[in-house]
Structure formats: structure tokens, C-alpha cells
Write a protein that binds this ligand. Structure first.
Ligand code: CA
Length: 382
């Protein structure tokens, strides 16, 4: 351990020299690294592999709770004037700004306690993603150098995300805005700075002013679930011709818009037609579940309805080993799922869909604990 820290400290010395040539002041560098050590906890968190991948329902139910919806709606009303100013400038409706804020830090309630310079220095020293984190560390030093926040208050997540909207330092340098005009971009303490910065970030990510994110829809019986891959893009008119309606049974709107179809759980779960702004949400955090969480929270803030489907009793997380077993069963039964790598790519989904068709099951190609059981039964009938 002491050995590790000695090596780490000599790496820090080198990095400081490099940072100085990049224009960071000597004073900032001396102060920033005065008490920095290799943070074992950060390394441990970085190497942690979750044993189970949470299902859509598990994620959704923990992210969009009743408490969070009510709190979001209350805060939306409370900060309406400020939010409207941001919307006017950047085109992003306030309900989305509040939804991101709620998802990222529970409305500023938890912004992370790890000193940013230490977490980033640790990850930059570690060879795994050294280039990425060295750059983030340099950007973090610029933030300090500009006097936006004190060293002591510059805390965040173990991976270096900072403030009430969890910006990485490079995004902070590119997109943070001094919303309250006090000369600092303080994403920890100034809500004006937080909302203006989030709005600016989303606008730069490509937010479409006049558009929504998408909507829940109803798929007709016998629908070809292979189209619900989140990638196939069709016009709303074409989707309507395939029998898709709004979740409440009304017709899709007659707008000349393209949309992709998303089925984040199996065929019993909700389906969504998503527009360009859904991709913008994913550019903030590249996860369908996260994006659906933000989107649904934003909808609920203005009183839109709950999802039309409920979590089934057999909804269970799959481990990597479960996913590999599912692929192995498919291969054994003659459906080519490829190498059992535990990753449900299009080959696995296609193989599962073929199996489901032969079993006269709805062919959603969705790998689930229920499908794993079914495959086990077919492979070894009792
Ligand atoms: Ca400010």
C-alpha cells in the first residue's frame, strides 16, 4: 500500500509538470495535490462488476417513485420562473430539467462526497482508462484555477461527476453557465447555475425545441416484435399503419415525425415510440432505462398518467451466468445464439425469437428469467 502510494506520488509529480505546461497555475497545482493519495475505495468501485443486471421494472420502480414524482412536481412549481427563463433561452422545458435533477442527485440532495481531484487522480493513475481520466483531471484543475469552487467543496461521485447535475469536468468546462451572474459557475450551490447549465448542455446535445421525447403506445396482437429494437425508424404514419395506437387506444397523432419503437421489457411490458429528444437524453447518459426514467418523471410532473402496464410477478434480474445459460440452451436446441458470452446481442435475440415462434409463444426475443426456465424445461423435460 505504502509502495503503491509512493509510485502514485511520483506519478502525481509528473502530472503536475505536464499540467503546468497546459497553463494550470503553480499555486493551484500545489494546493490541489497537497493532500491527495491513491484512493483504494475508488479503485474498488471502478472494478466492481454488478452480479445482476437490473430489469427495466426494477430500475424504473426505484427511479420513478411516488415520492420522487411528488417532490419533482412541487419543485417544478416552486422554481417555475427560473425554469421558464432557461426554457426561453435553450428550448428545454422545465419539467425535463427537474427530471434530470431528480434522477442525478435526488434534486441536489446527494451530490457525492469524494474529493474530485483525488478520485480523478486515482483513476488517471490506474492504467485502465488513464487517458480519459487524465483529461478530466486537467479540466477539473482548470475549474479550480478559474475560482469557480473551493478545493474543499469540490466533491462528487467516485467517477468524477460533480454538482447537482453530475457534470464531468470536461462537460463542465464546455457547458457550465453562470446563471446568477456572480462570476462563478457553481453547480454545487447555485440553482440558477445548475438549471442554466443543464439547459445549455441539452441544447448543445441537440434538443428539439418543439418536440416531446416520445410516448407510450399500444401494440396490436400479432405485432412483429423484431421491429421494436429501438433502432428501426419509421414515420408515425407508417407505425399507425402497422396497427400501433396510443396507450389509451386513441390514434397516433398525424404529425410528420419519425420515431423508433422501444420495448424495454418483454411483450407484456410497455412499448414506446421515441423521437429525437429521446436520443438527446441518452447522450447525457447512454441507457434506455435511464432515459425512460427521465422522460416518465418529466411527464408525471405535469400530471400525465402512469404506465399502462404493471410489473409481472415473474420479473427477475438475470445474472451473467443466467444469460450464458440461456444462450447455451438455445445453441443446444439448434438456435444459433453465438458464443455464450452473457451479452444479449441481436444474434441471441433472433435465436430466442425463432425458439419462441416454434413454441408458439409471443416472439419478443426478450431474454428473461421466465424464458430461461422455459428453455430449461424444453432441453430437459421432466
Ligand atoms: Ca454563478
Amino acid at each position: 500500500m505504502a509502495q503503491d502510494d509512493a509510485e502514485f506520488q511520483s506519478w502525481v509529480q509528473q502530472f503536475k509538470q505536464q499540467a503546468e505546461t497546459q497553463g494550470i497555475s503553480k499555486t493551484t497545482l500545489e494546493r490541489a495535490f497537497a493532500d491527495v493519495h491513491l484512493n483504494e475505495k475508488v479503485l474498488e468501485l471502478d472494478r466492481r462488476q454488478p452480479e445482476f443486471t437490473r430489469t427495466f421494472w426494477q430500475y424504473f420502480q426505484s427511479a420513478v417513485t411516488e415520492w420522487r414524482i411528488q417532490r419533482a412536481a412541487m419543485l417544478y412549481r416552486k422554481h417555475r420562473r427560473l425554469l421558464d427563463q432557461v426554457t426561453k433561452q435553450y428550448g428545454v422545458p422545465g419539467r425535463f430539467l427537474v427530471a434530470f435533477w431528480g434522477m442525478e442527485t435526488n434534486f441536489g440532495g446527494y451530490t457525492g462526497n469524494i474529493p474530485i481531484i483525488e478520485s480523478l487522480a486515482t483513476l488517471a493513475y490506474d492504467p485502465r482508462r488513464s487517458d480519459f481520466f487524465s483529461n478530466e483531471l486537467l479540466e477539473a484543475l482548470k475549474i479550480l484555477d478559474q475560482g469557480n469552487i473551493s478545493l474543499q467543496d469540490m466533491k462528487g461521485s467516485w467517477a468524477g461527476a460533480m454538482g447537482q447535475c453530475q457534470f464531468m469536468p470536461s462537460n463542465y468546462m464546455r457547458y457550465a453557465v453562470d446563471g446568477d451572474g456572480d462570476g462563478k459557475k457553481d453547480l454545487w450551490n447555485s440553482l440558477e447555475d445548475v438549471f442554466f447549465s443543464a439547459g445549455h448542455f441539452l441544447a448543445e446535445l441537440g434538443w428539439q425545441r418543439e418536440e416531446n421525447w416520445g410516448r407510450e403506445v399500444h401494440l396490436p396482437k400479432g405485432f412483429d416484435y423484431a421491429l421494436a429494437d429501438g433502432q428501426t425508424e419509421r414515420s408515425l404514419q407508417e407505425w399507425a399503419q402497422l396497427g400501433i395506437q396510443l396507450a389509451d387506444g386513441r390514434a397516433l397523432p398525424q404529425e410528420s415525425m419519425n420515431a423508433k419503437l422501444l420495448l424495454p421489457s418483454d411483450y407484456r411490458g410497455p412499448a414506446f415510440l421515441v423521437y429525437a429528444n429521446f436520443d438527446v437524453i441518452k447522450r447525457w447518459n447512454n441507457s434506455n432505462n435511464y432515459a425512460l426514467g427521465v422522460a416518465h418523471l418529466a411527464d408525471r410532473i405535469i400530471g400525465r398518467t402512469t404506465l399502462s402496464k404493471e410489473r409481472p410477478d415473474d420479473d427477475e434480474a438475470m445474472s451473467l451466468a443466467d444469460m450464458q445459460a440461456l444462450q447455451d440452451h438455445l445453441n443446444w436446441l439448434g438456435y444459433d445464439a453465438g458464443k455464450p458470452d452473457g451479452i444479449a446481442g441481436s444474434r441471441t435475440r433472433n435465436a430466442l425469437r425463432a425458439f419462441q415462434k416454434d413454441q408458439r409463444l409471443p416472439a419478443d426475443g426478450f431474454p428473461s428469467a421466465a424464458m430461461l426456465k422455459r428453455l430449461e424445461q424444453v432441453r430437459t423435460p421432466s
